[in-house]
Design a protein around this ligand. Sequence first.
Ligand code: DAH
Length: 330
Amino acid sequence: MENLEKMIEKADSLEELEKVRVELFGKKGALSKEFAKLKDVPGPEKKAFAEGLNQNKVKLQTLFDERYTTLKKEEIEKLLKAETIDVSLYGNLGEKGALHPVMATMDKIIDYFVALNFAIEDGPKVEDDFHNFEALNLPKNHPAREMQDTFFCKDGAVLRTHTSPVQIRTMLKQKPPIRMIAPGAVFRKDYDLTHTPMFHQVEGLVVGEKGEVNFANLKSIMSEFLHYMFGDVEIRFRPSFFPFTEPSAEVDISCIFCEAKGCRVCSHTGWLEVLGCGIVDQNVFDAVEYKNVSGYAFGLGVERFAMLLHKIPDLRMLFEGDTRLLEQFR
Ligand code: DAH
């Protein structure tokens, strides 16, 4: 009997206790065996023997039930401990996204001009011949149209090849003075290390009374802007040609890859071309019927700025959506 009691006390998990239950109370268990002895007990002693058996049975059952309650309680406590939730902890906020490097560069450019009171203007991406070419002093059959590998749409419409048509739209809808930038996507039939069929430009236009806006203004604002973008670089203005400006200039910065010593990126010249600009051609003002005004304009490619800022070697990488590149900008 003491043996049996010990078995119950020793069980230290519900699983073991279940085994003990079978061994004690099961059909072939210890108690059944004890009860089986009853038939061999002589008549007069039967009653006392049976009473003894029953008392033991009750005792064991009580012991068993107590042990069961204790073990069950322990198990529940263990589970509660393991599954506790600290509701005061922060949850997992998930992975954070980030602006695409082209958009971040665009924002940086826009911030500069907005701080100088430039308005932001917009125009359609499917443009007509007048706004994209004609009014910008690019008459039909003019050889300068070949500079731009145009995507043609139905009925003479085109995908705008630059953001310059927004200059025309802005001048047609409002009177001078004008101080605007036009950021946006543009399209050209081109695809290599430094060209993609869709890219982004920021156009700028400033118009004031005749004599009010001059090349010196243009030169100083472009220089300051490029220092803001690229830090301590050399800047040079090179005479160039655009149909909508006269005189025109292309602006270079000293190569930030080789510190102007000469490398593959700058074609061993020490210089990187970053934007075009100039004094607005009188023919452009004539097309929008502006009289007695002067102005300057500029245009730049945002992807090129992003590539230079982040030393990205291939422009096409900006459009592949490869997270190994993009997650560096988080
Ligand atoms: N539209 C020119 C281009 O796409 C960029 C440009 C150059 C814009 C000179 C201008 C400018 O406004 O004055 O290459």
